[in-house]
Design a protein around this ligand. Structure first.
Ligand code: HEM
Ligand SMILES: [Ca+2]
Ligand SMILES: [Ca+2]
Length: 334
């Protein structure tokens, strides 16, 4: 009898079966009442249409993927992933100084226009933005992620909600951890999602706190966690008298490729923001930074569940909570 049990257990398929069962019962991150393929009956080509708009825009302008990804981050952290960041007008989130450098709105608007032609009043701006950011990562060479849909568009957008919910580059690890945890995101998610800085750009003002200006207008490095040669390079690109619209690449090596170069940069003290450098400086995240730097696959594998969690923050799914906007920049009842 014992022998028979052993023979049974030694068969590989038994293990595959057990792994399959455990995967099925393992808790998946809760994502409100969203579902995969929410539009499969009401607008079967919705995801395809968003994808095409993002593909065309990104191939014309390689800065688009970074813009869409950051737009999603700033949407989801304020009032949840509900397109509140897209609303225009006095006192909306967009008008807060922390959001004035956001871009990529026109890509979401284009996708919305196409969808309104084919499936009027059906696909939310919140879903369009989440799908667009997902596709943007893929087009920049990053991992393919399946995300559920069914988000509704929020009706509230207030500048005063931005500061308490968006991380500043000067935040300590404890402050970042606290804010992430208030959104249901872990330290692992922080280390993983910060990898978004492998693409995109930043204005000089976003990291000027790492330098000090003397009376002659000369900048010197005051942050020991930054590599000296890299700091010199940054000073060249962003001198004290730089035009405020000047931008530098977040990842000085492969700025348009979604790869693990960001983590390799952190290892050699080339993280652009203080909030990037801190991930390598702190014991709690250093191990993960090293592992992602050594193995792109492990970064990509971690990206999918963390990105999924990001797109699920505070989603609205009932008619009371949100609507399907006709235009992404204004609510239906003006
Ligand atoms: C953890 C704390 C974070 C801080 C302090 C931070 C801060 C910043 C800052 C200051 C910029 C430059 C903006 C500018 O000057 O135009 C930036 C750019 C960017 N951030 Fe973050 N970020 C954080 C996390 C994230 C996350 C979680 C994502 C997405 C998952 C993200 C995606 C991006 C992208 C893609 C850009 C480039 C935007 C562009 O090219 O237009 N960031 N971030
Ligand atoms: Ca929002
Ligand atoms: Ca890169």
């Amino acid at each position: 009898m014992e022998e028979r049990t052993l023979a049974f257990a030694s068969r590989p398929f038994v293990y595959y079966f057990l792994i399959l069962i455990s995967l099925c019962i393992a808790p998946s991150p809760s994502c409100g009442d969203l579902s995969f393929g929410f539009y499969s009956a009401s607008c079967p080509t919705a995801e395809f249409m968003v994808r095409n708009v993002v593909r065309t825009a990104s191939s014309r302008d390689p800065t688009i993927p970074g813009k869409l990804l950051r737009l999603l981050f700033h949407d989801c952290f304020v009032e949840g992933c509900d397109a509140s960041v897209l609303l225009q007008g006095n006192g909306t989130e967009r008008s807060d100084p922390a959001n004035t450098s956001l871009d990529g709105f026109s890509v979401v608007d284009s996708a919305k226009r196409v969808l309104e032609l084919f499936c009027p009043g059906t696909v939310s701006c919140a879903d369009i933005l989440a799908l667009a950011a997902r596709d943007a990562v893929e087009f920049a060479g990053g991992p393919v992620v399946q995300i559920p849909t069914g988000r509704r568009d929020g009706k509230v957008s207030s500048a005063s909600n931005v500061r308490p919910n968006i991380i500043d580059t000067s935040f300590t690890m404890d402050e970042m951890t606290k804010l992430f945890s208030s959104k249901g995101l872990s330290l692992d998610d922080l280390a993983t999602l910060s990898g978004a800085h492998t693409i995109g750009r930043a204005h000089c003002s976003a990291f000027s706190d790492r330098f000090q200006e003397d009376s002659k207008g000369k900048l010197t490095l005051i942050d020991a966690s930054l590599d000296n040669a890299y700091a010199d390079e940054l000073i060249k690109q962003c001198p004290a008298n730089a035009n405020p619209s000047t931008m530098v690449n977040n990842d000085p090596e492969t700025s348009f490729v979604f790869d693990n170069q960001y983590y390799k940069n952190l290892l050699v003290r080339k993280g652009l923001f203080q909030s990037d450098s801190v991930l390598f400086g702190d014991d709690r995240t250093r191990k993960q930074v090293k592992s992602f730097a050594n193995d792109q696959f492990s970064f990509f594998e971690s990206w999918s569940p963390s990105f999924l969690k990001l797109t699920c923050i505070g989603v609205k799914t009932t008619e009371d909570e949100g609507e399907i906007r006709a235009s992404c920049s204004s609510t239906n009842i003006a």
